[in-house]
Design a protein around this ligand. Structure first.
Ligand code: SAM
Length: 235
């Protein structure tokens, strides 16, 4: 896949992009968002296959972090994919030498991610997908600290109080010097309520454990502002 295609697809990944299904799909997704909890929304969406964010494409920002030669490059170690969905990026990381744990609370997504690993064969033992809540990481058996944390489209949908719990959990499971690569919407509305974060809010929610080293601003599906963030674990 060409870089341009990857970038275009990656922009439609993160919260019910409409690239695959047209306006009916948009209306179904919006209606579902309003009437069910986030957990049930995602579980039903995966179960019914209405998951336009699930492009199967690893975004170029992660590819750059894993394979590039720039300052954001991270040497293989342990990686945690928060809100891992069906495992596209966890499997990508495992194929590139990382020992990976993916966490998602939607059981159909976790089941699909585990199937991918089973089919890949050679990845057994290098990647685990767990059903769990990213705002309650202490409840999970995650193993030793992580060197890379990845979040593509999960944090920005959490309620403010859940973001703080997410940040506290993240600080406790990451190694000193770890890289955190985050994709998040700017302020917007999801399921009829406020969602997304400003760059300042990202800096504040993860301080003092993390510093923001790099931000790349963009636009998701032509209307929502969004950004990629590279944060570094302090201490
Ligand atoms: C927009 S999707 C992105 C999925 C995946 N990162 C991708 O790019 O395909 C957001 C994901 O976060 C998961 N999620 C949202 N809130 C969560 C929570 N509190 N705990 C665990 N997973 C959560 C959803 O189930 C969903 O799979």
């Amino acid at each position: 896949m060409e870089q341009g295609e990857r970038a275009q697809s990656a922009r439609a990944v993160s919260d019910g992009g409409l690239d695959t299904g047209g306006w009916q799909r948009e209306r179904i997704v919006d209606a579902l968002r309003r009437v069910v909890s986030p957990r049930w929304f995602f579980t039903l969406a995966y179960w019914r296959g209405i998951k336009p964010w699930d492009t199967g494409i690893t975004p170029p920002e992660l590819v750059r972090t894993v394979e590039g030669n720039g300052p954001e490059r991270a040497a293989p170690g342990r990686a945690l994919d928060l809100g891992c969905g069906t495992g596209t990026n966890g499997v990508y990381l495992a194929r590139h030498g990382w020992e990976v744990v993916g966490v998602d609370f939607a059981s159909p997504a976790v089941a699909r991610a585990r199937e991918r690993v089973a089919h890949a064969g050679t990845l057994a033992g290098r990647v685990r997908f767990l059903r769990g809540d990213v705002t309650r990481l202490a409840r999970l058996d995650l193993g030793p600290p992580f060197d890379l944390i990845f979040d593509l489209g999960c944090l920005h949908g959490l309620a403010p109080e859940d973001r703080s719990r997410y940040a506290a959990g993240l600080a406790s499971v990451s190694a000193p010097g770890a890289c955190f690569l985050l994709y998040a919407f700017g302020p917007t509305r999801i399921r009829g309520r406020s969602a997304g974060l400003t760059s300042e809010e990202v800096g504040a929610v993860f301080a003092p454990a993390w510093v923001v080293e790099r931000v790349e601003h963009g636009v998701d599906r032509g209307d929502r502002t969004s950004a990629w963030y590279w944060l570094r674990r302090v201490g």
